[in-house]
Design a protein around this ligand. Structure first.
Ligand code: BES
Ligand code: ZN
Length: 642
């Protein structure tokens, strides 16, 4: 059924909401990933005291939540928690009763708190929880000195998005709620701590002179998933008027070079989207096991070292994370079902920055690559899988399992389609900017976004009514419309991939080193992506490709990843150790999961893939090892005993 022109709906809000949920499976009043109902009370501020214990791999924490009641006779609240041991709870300084409910597979354990008094609607209470994290907290990876570049000091980093903050801090762990935070973090004195906030000084820990306390302030309200912490032997260097790069000293210079365009990107983003409200914009380069390419932690983007290509060619990740300062961090998806609002708009803005700093053709080229990434995700999930909906129901689905290129690239494709229909990039960017200013500091659903779109383009409602909204948003598979992108930069990639696909053995001598030397690294990536969409090349072909192009020597992670996949698919046995090495030398899930899967699917090396995974599992990030276990069908009960 296709959604046609939506008539004005005069029914009460509750009736409208329930009919929406009947159609879409979405419940607009709650968050399927959180036990903390945000309809009864909301957190306004967190005051954190964190003591990092590197011997036991735990954080001893005390968090004071300032909570506002949204109803009268308010006396109980539920916080999210996961593997926390709770020592005590107080409310305005008085002891409060608490209990932990049953553990849910991915939502964790509800922490039920009963206040020793009632609040009226609008009143505040300070709820203080004293607790300790588990050594296997999913938000945290504790690295031994041997796992760091410097080899001398341990290291800790967090990754809270989507629903892991609750394993670090008991809180209302839903993106529908925004609060400020202050923090003080005690670490051994050889280490430096940084957080997703503005740095606010340091002092000797009076309880232990071998430790330092670092203080932080985040004065812009933000959701819990943006709380982030790192501690290690960190150094930093200035790269712009409001920016520094942070990392172990071994990476600082390389990172400063790689991210030298940061200020230009920030200025461009401000011209497009409005003022940058977060004050500082720093970038922290993490150890190789960081599971994502980048993470938009406010004031301090986290980045994988795999973007240090040496030629700034992977700085698009920084353009992306900068863009989240508006779409995601200022305007936030209300639940993870509306994740495309974060990522689709961010990819749109990221490519707009590319348009301003490079060219429109570059934007079009990136969009072609994105469509291919979308196609790959749809193929991996299956074209009928409801998780390929732009707006999926996440009832009983972990956001980690739902993660894919779909919200990014179906989201981008929808926004680009609207741009084309409504008058081009300037016109549509006007809408995006207005949407950002309208919903800044709040969290939104797809419906609110769409209503605003119709209001903004009130003179073009006839065009908007021709969009097949139901197909775009609530139907699995590829989008109903394929945009026609400019192929100027993609033509060379298409031509070269076609030559390889059509070459007979006797044609192989026609390939020359100059075929790839004349392409930019973006184009080499695109060339390999095109080959990966086809049936595997004959083994003779990939061997020849290595002989003339020497792709084994490429250290650009995006190129190397695609090349090694291609080789393993063509059943080149010599590529297997290289693929497994890349899968374990770094832990970015976008690379590690497909590399393991690819070797696993090579029957002869299936056991080798498993052996290497099991040998490395203990040193991997907890989320990555959990997902690779599922990918390789490793028995989880067996996993727990390892
Ligand atoms: N916010 C995401 C990373 C993320 C998403 C972490 C969901 C946990 C759950 C970040 O902004 C992102 O999209 N990173 C991409 C960068 C790329 C699109 C340029 C990545 O990690 O590859
Ligand atoms: Zn993103």
């Amino acid at each position: 059924m296709r959604a046609q022109r939506v008539p004005v709906d005069y029914r009460p809000r509750s009736a409208r909401l329930s009919s929406l949920s009947a159609v879409t499976g979405l419940n607009v009043m709650s968050d399927p990933c959180s036990f903390s109902s945000f309809t009864r009370c909301v957190t306004k501020h967190l005051n954190l005291h964190l003591h990092l214990d590197f011997d036991r791999h735990v954080i001893r924490g005390r968090v004071a939540l300032t909570v506002e009641a949204l109803e009268d006779r308010f006396s109980t609240l539920t916080l999210d928690s996961s593997d926390l041991s709770v020592v005590s709870v107080t409310a305005n300084g008085q002891p409060a009763r608490f209990s932990l409910g049953p553990k849910h597979s991915f939502k964790g354990t509800p922490l039920e708190i009963t206040l020793p008094f009632d609040l009226s609607r609008g009143q505040h209470v300070i709820v203080e929880v004293t607790y300790e994290t588990s050594p296997s907290a999913t938000a945290l990876q504790w690295l031994t000195p041997e796992q760091t570049a410097g080899k001398k000091h341990p290291y800790l980093f967090s990754q809270c998005q989507a629903h892991h903050c609750r394993s670090m801090i008991p809180c209302q762990d839903t993106p529908s709620i925004k609060h400020t935070y202050y923090a003080q973090v005690s670490v051994p004195k050889d280490l430096v701590a940084v957080m997703s906030a503005v740095r606010d000084g340091q002092e000797v820990d009076l309880q232990d002179s071998g430790r330092i306390i670092y203080r932080f302030r985040q004065t812009v309200p933000m959701p819990s998933y943006l709380i982030a912490i790192v501690a290690g032997a960190l150094e930093s260097r200035e790269i712009g008027p409001r920016s520094r790069v942070w990392s172990e000293k071994e990476f600082v210079e390389k990172a400063a070079f790689e991210f030298s365009e940061t200020e230009a990107m920030l200025k461009t983003a401000e011209e497009l989207a409005g003022p940058y409200v977060w004050g500082q914009y720093d970038v922290l380069v993490l150890p190789p096991s960081f599971p994502y390419g980048g993470m938009e932690n406010p004031c301090l983007t986290f980045a994988t070292p795999t973007v240090l290509a040496g030629d700034k060619s992977l700085s698009g990740v920084i353009a992306h994370e900068i863009s989240h300062s508006w779409t995601g961090n200022l305007v936030t998806n209300k639940t993870w079902e509306h994740f495309w609002l974060n990522e689709g708009h961010t990819v749109y803005l990221e490519r707009m920055i590319g348009r301003c700093l490079e060219s429109e053709q570059f934007r079009q080229f990136k969009a072609i690559g994105g469509w291919k990434d979308l196609q790959d995700s749809v193929n991996t999930f299956g074209a009928n899988n409801p998780l390929t909906n732009l707006v999926p129901s996440l009832q009983d689905v972990s956001p980690d399992d739902a993660f894919s290129a779909v919200p990014y690239e179906k989201g981008f494709a929808l926004l680009y389609h609207l741009e084309e229909q409504l008058g081009g990039p300037e016109v549509f960017m006007g809408f995006v900017k207005s949407y950002i200013q309208r919903f800044a500091y709040s969290s939104v659903t797809t419906e609110e976004w769409k209503n605003y779109l119709f209001a903004y383009f009130k003179d073009k409602v006839d065009i908007l009514n021709k969009v097949d909204w139901n197909a775009w948003m609530f139907t699995p598979g590829m989008p109903p419309v394929k945009p026609q992108y400019d192929t100027t930069m993609a033509d060379a990639c298409n031509a070269l991939s076609q030559r390889w696909l059509q070459a007979k053995d006797q044609d192989l001598n026609s390939f020359k080193q100059s075929d790839v030397k004349s392409l930019s690294s973006h184009q080499v990536i695109e060339f390999l992506s095109l080959l990966l969409q086809e049936d595997p090349l004959p083994l003779t072909h990939v061997k020849k490709m290595q002989e003339v192009y020497d792709l084994n020597a490429y250290m650009n992670a995006e190129i190397r990843f695609r090349w090694l996949r291609l080789c393993v698919r063509s059943r080149w046995e010599e590529a297997v150790p290289l693929a497994l090495k890349m899968a374990t030398d770094q832990g970015r899930m976008k690379f590690t999961r497909p590399l393991f899967r690819e070797v696993f699917n090579f029957e002869k090396f299936r056991d080798e893939a498993l052996r290497v995974f099991l040998a490395h599992r203990a040193g991997m990030h907890p989320v990555t090892s959990g997902l690779v276990s599922k990918d390789l069908k490793v028995d989880v009960s067996n996993a727990a005993s390892q």
